[in-house]
Every structure is written in C-alpha cells, then in structure tokens.
Design a protein around this ligand. Structure first.
Ligand code: ADP
Length: 465
C-alpha cells in the first residue's frame, strides 16, 4: 500500500523535495551529533588524564615530604579504597618494579620502554592507552618521576568512559530514525505549503482545458514567486482570451463581408436566369460578377497581407528608400482622382529623406492614408502630406479637410473591417488602416490619429530613422 503510494508520487516535486529535505536534515543532524560526540569523548579522556595527573602531583609532593615509606603507605591505602579498577606501581629508572598493587585485572601490562625513555629525557610525565588481552576496555596509564630514582605508575580502566560514551552513541543511533521521520514530515509540510500555489495554477489550467477560459488564478500576495507565476499565467490567459475574442470577431466580420458580395452575385445570377435573359442582361451579370469577385479578392488579399505583415518583420526586405520619392509617386497616382473631386494635394517635403525599409510595404502605407484622405474629403478640400525628420525619428503626416471621425469611432478605426457609419455609403472594405498599422508596427513605429468632425483628420506615422 505504502509502496504503491510512493511509486505513484515518486516523480512528483513535493515527494522529491520531502526526501531531499529529510535526507539533508538527518545527515546534518547526524554530523552535528557526531561532532558533539567527538568533543564529549575528548573531554572525558581529558578528565581521566587530569585525574591521573592530580594523583601524580599528589605522590610527588608526598615523596618530597615523607619519602618512600609515606608513598608506599598511601599507595596501599588508595589501592584498597579504589578497589580493582585502578592499579599502582613504583618503578625504578631502569624499569624494575619496586611495588605493585591491584594488578590482578591488569596482568600482562608491562613497563613501557617508551615511557622510560621519555622520563629518562627529563619529561615530567608520559601517557599511554593500551588494550589488555581478554578485557573489553582499554586502560589509560600514566608514568611520572616522583624522585630522581623512582617512577610513579598508575593505570585506570576506561570502562566508565566507554559506558558513558556507549549510552550517548546508542542515543544518537536511536534518534536517527525518529529524526528522519520528523524531517520527512516537516519537508512534506513545507513542500506542500510552497507548492500549493503551483497546484492552484495547475487546477485553473485543468478547468480552462475543460472550457472555462474565464477562470483566473487567485493572487493571494503570500509568496513572491507564486504571485509572479499566477500573475504571468493570468496575463497570458487575458492575452489568449483577447486573441480568441479577436479571432471570433474577425471570423464574424470575414463571414459577413464575404457573404454580402456572394449574396449579391447569387441574386444577380438568379434574377438573370428567372428573367428572359437577353444578351444585355447576361453581359451586365458578368460585369457585376467580376466587380463583386474583385472585391472578394481584395478582401482576401488584404487579409493575407495583414497576417503576413503581423507574422514578422524578418520576411521584409530592408533596403534604403527615399520616402520623398515614394510620397511624390503616390501623389502622381492619386492626382487624377483628387482633381475629379477638386481636391488640392499639398506636399511639404525635404529634398530627400532616406530610411531602411521594404518599398512595397511603405508604398502601401502611404497610398492607404492618401486614398482615405481623398475618399473621405469634401469637394474643393485639401490634403497636405508632410515629411520631416526629428532627431532619430521620421514623421509622415497626412492631413485632410474632410468629414472627420466621430470621437467614439477613433479607438476602433484600426480594427479589421471597422468602418464608421457615415462612411458606409463610400467604397471600402475596412482593412486599409489595419494594414497600415501592421506595417508601421512591423518597422517598430507608431501611427496616431487626430480628428475633428466635419473639419478633417490628421494621420501621423512615426518611424525610426
Ligand atoms: P476603408 O477606408 O476601406 O473603409 P480603412 O481601414 O482605411 O477602411 O478605414 C477605416 C475607417 O476609418 C473608414 O471606414 C472611415 O470610416 C474611417 N477613416 C479612415 N480614414 C479616414 C479619413 N481620412 N477621414 C475620415 N474617416 C476616415
């Protein structure tokens, strides 16, 4: 059961964090306890050494005051009171044993040659730790000269030390198991707490995948990282929702704008068939069909142009273009139509102004704005096109004295298929400004509009020089 659960969650981040936390916490605790254990064992050994040294000093003083007899008496007394755990010996400088007491438990403990050598070199004392065959515990031994001809030798079993440290060791080993589980629980709790926000994002994503695109992750302002994730996720959702809405709107518009010419083509064809169908009717039907088809082709081509332009600037050519030449040839192109409406085309241009760009796209941008300025102008009006460079920016302005754009329409005129009510009587498909905006954006520029109803509009394009 537990194994099944572990197997199921083995690859989850919270499981891994829990295991890592438990391992690191346990290992760190074991390391800390081991260091503590090492220090405790060192201190215990130092205590034993201090005890032995104190004895040596005591016997040294006794030797000075009372001589060998006094020392021997004291050894006997102490050996009796200490029991078998401590042995005492008096040794000559060459290693002969003068007196030894309590040696029953320390059989085989000889006189250390190293100790004799050290004391021979006038060292005050010499310590050694040795094992005795058949005894589980080691012995700590001290040698020290108490007179020029006599060495005091004393040994103490480390049994008490080992027992004390043994309890401590067992305690550490016993602690490790609950420590691991406590650490695992804390790790699990922390991981769950930290990943709760991620889980909420996942739940929202699941609900969205089932169709609730309106859902958003709640930003609880508790953890900076999770809040950032939630905010980014929500922003992404907003964008996707706007895109989907835009796509829906565009689909509706495309369907609507394609349906009208198609309905008209069908109506004309039906009328011609139902009627007597003279040669003139058929010719007229063909002409109308061509006109409507042209409109359809224009819609489809412009849509494709917009999509292509929005897809990326990389596809464009970047060649040096003289904007002044482009404006002048656009004016030449529209001059006949302007004359027809008695509209005056005014140009305010520098001698030359060269920027890097794609010629066909720039031509399209300028002609779209110029065409609108003439189309939505009044008879006898003027269109002024000015080009100038300011700092690192090129400013192209197309100003007309036409019908103007109502304030409520201004935020929408760059949307696809948007046409102001008052312009519906005029030819147009509502894609010219969308394409203009896509082109300007593709070249990292901006397009702005200012308009006053019945007085005229001014479109301003700003491009990097
Ligand atoms: P179209 O001109 O084919 O309708 P556009 O995208 O070029 O499409 O323009 C969108 C709408 O913005 C137009 O239908 C018109 O209502 C308005 N508009 C654009 N330019 C002007 C202008 N210079 N003066 C007045 N209205 C304009």
């Amino acid at each position: 059961m537990l194994l099944n659960q572990i197997n199921k969650h083995r690859n989850s981040l919270s499981f891994r964090l829990t295991v890592w936390y438990a391992l690191i916490f346990t290992l760190t605790s074991v390391l800390a306890l081991s260091i503590f254990y090492y220090h405790i064992s060192k201190v215990t050994m130092e205590n034993t050494d201090d005890e032995l040294l104190e004895e040596l000093e005591e016997f040294y003083a006794l030797m000075k005051e009372g001589g060998v007899d006094q020392v021997t008496l004291e050894i006997v007394m102490e050996s009796e009171s200490e029991g078998g755990g401590v042995f005492y010996r008096l040794i000559t400088m060459d290693g002969s044993i003068l007196k030894e007491l309590n040696m029953e438990a320390y059989e085989g403990v000889g006189v250390s040659a190293d100790a004799l050598a050290a004391i021979g070199k006038k060292e005050q004392y010499f310590f050694e730790t040795i094992s005795i065959p058949g005894n589980d515990y080691k012995v700590r031994i001290i040698y020290g000269a108490i007179s020029p001809s006599m060495i005091f030798n004393m040994g103490i079993s480390l049994e008490d030390n080992y027992e004390f440290l043994g309890i401590f060791r067992n305690l550490i080993l016993l602690l490790m198991i609950p420590l691991f589980f406590v650490a695992a629980f804390i790790g699990w709790f922390l991981a769950r707490h930290a990943l709760k926000g991620v889980e909420e994002v996942t739940q929202t994503a699941i609900e969205i995948s089932k169709g609730s695109i309106d859902k958003r992750v709640e930003v609880k302002r508790r953890h900076y990282e999770i809040d950032r994730l939630a905010n980014t996720f929500n922003e992404m959702l907003d964008r996707i929702q706007t895109l989907i809405k835009g796509m829906h709107e565009m689909n509706d518009n495309v369907a609507h704008d394609l349906r009208s010419p198609l309905t008209r083509i069908r109506g004309i064809a039906e009328m011609t068939l139902v009627g007597n169908g003279s040669m003139h009717d058929y010719t007229e039907m063909a002409a109308n069909t061509i006109e409507e088809c042209d409109k359809l082709i224009e819609i489809i081509n412009t849509m494709m142009d917009i999509t292509e332009t929005e897809a990326g600037v990389n596809q464009f050519k970047s060649e040096p273009l003289n904007i002044v030449d482009l404006v002048l040839s656009a004016c030449d192109l529209f001059d006949p139509i302007a004359k027809e409406k008695e509209i005056q085309l005014i140009t305010l241009l520098p001698e030359t102004l060269v920027i890097d760009g794609d010629k066909s796209k720039m031509q399209r941008l300028i002609t779209n704005l110029l065409e609108n300025a003439i189309k939505y102008n009044k008879e006898g009006g003027t269109v002024t096109i000015s080009v100038k460079q300011e700092n690192q920016l090129v400013n192209i302005q197309v100003e007309d004295t036409g019908v103007g754009i109502p304030e409520e329409d201004l935020p929408h005129i760059f949307e696809r298929f948007y046409r102001c009510d008052r312009s519906r009587s005029l030819a147009g498909i509502g894609l010219g400004l969308s394409l203009a905006k896509a082109i300007v954006r593709a070249f990292n520029g901006d397009i702005r509009v200012k308009s006053a109803l019945d007085r005229g509009s001014s479109f301003q394009v700003i491009l990097p020089a």
